[in-house]
Design a protein around this ligand. Structure first.
Ligand code: SER
Length: 316
């Protein structure tokens, strides 16, 4: 194993992966961050890229050996809405990929592992406001079940085998550099594209559906900060609650209207509404703040301002 930090991102072509690879390469050097996915990248690569299936243990091991990888960020997954369409495959992908990297770490082939969890670990019986780090978590989606089980496996591998695995329960993530991939919170990204292109948007979540959200630069910074924190500061070995800001569709619509005065929003809730209804409205992230110094930079207004400016350039 190389002494230099050598990172592999599995699932690098997705919404988080696209921006995380960029953030990691800026911090640790292009050549030290290998991107990998089953899909072509959304953006031009400034460093190595390898095609691999997250469930192909031999394929992943070959990449780890070839590039002398010592840290893996595993982002490949089916998200909440897509997973409901094929629960058996979602479970298989989300769990098998996790076991592959946990096992590689247990065998001493990796020093550190990052694995994302989600607010989807919570369910209808969870306290909805300021949801605590430790609380009732009875998820009602297959995605949530896979994340909750995965969290427990991470904690188990850490305790039993000393695997240094770290995790964040992301809220809905909003960014302009990459397209979202099948989540319940995707409306909060689509709205910008449609506002700029068509001046209107039909939201698949109804008015009043308040959900925890975060602007992507905050999420990327949190992820790298958590991975760079001294191991003894990382006390939660399931996954950390992380909060940015919360809003309902009509609130983000009002902010978008400041930039596109003629913007109109319609509401046509679909099956994703039930998923959203089962999730928290806001998150208590005091453990992340206390343990490794997490603090968000963006609120709703600052996020919308940056999204509009950047997406207008991109979509021109
Ligand atoms: N944003 C994700 C989703 O909606 C939650 O992890 O599926």
């Amino acid at each position: 194993m190389s002494q230099t930090k050598r990172i592999l991102v599995i699932g690098s072509s997705g919404q988080i992966g696209t921006e995380l690879v960029e953030g990691l390469r800026a911090r640790f050097g292009n050549e030290n961050v290998v991107a990998s996915d089953i899909k072509e990248p959304q953006v031009k690569q400034e460093g190595p890229f390898a095609m691999v299936d997250a469930m192909d243990r031999r394929g992943i091991e070959r990449i780890v050996e070839k590039y002398e990888i010592n840290e893996v960020y595993l982002l490949a997954a089916l998200l909440s809405a897509t997973a409901e369409k094929d629960p058996a495959f979602a479970w298989k992908l989300n769990m098998e990929s996790l076991f592959i990297v946990l096992e590689l770490a247990r065998e001493g082939k990796l020093k550190k592992v990052y694995w994302p969890s989600s607010i989807a670990v919570f369910g209808p019986t969870t306290p909805k406001d300021n949801t605590p780090q430790h609380t009732i978590a009875e998820p009602s989606t297959v995605y949530g079940i896979s994340k909750q089980a995965g969290e427990q496996w991470c904690a188990y591998y850490c305790k039993r085998y000393g695997v240094d695995v770290r995790s964040i329960r992301y809220p809905g993530l909003i960014g302009w550099k990459s397209a979202p991939g099948g989540g319940t919170t995707d409306y909060a990204v689509h709205i910008f594209h449609e506002a700029i292109k068509n001046g209107s948007y039909t939201s698949f979540l109804d008015r009043g559906t308040t959900l925890p959200m975060m602007y992507m630069p905050d999420a990327i910074r949190a992820t790298i900060d958590l991975m760079e924190a001294p191991a003894d500061q990382v006390k939660e070995r399931t996954s950390y609650n992380l909060a940015g800001f919360s809003f309902a569709p009509e609130q983000i619509a009002a902010e978008v209207k400041r930039h596109v005065p003629a913007f109109t929003m319609n509401y046509a809730p679909d099956s994703r509404q039930a998923i959203a209804n089962s999730w928290p409205r806001s998150i208590d992230d005091s453990a992340a703040r206390a343990d490794w110094g997490w603090k968000p930079k963006y609120d709703l207004k600052a996020m919308v301002d940056e999204m509009m400016v950047n997406l207008k350039q991109v979509l021109k």
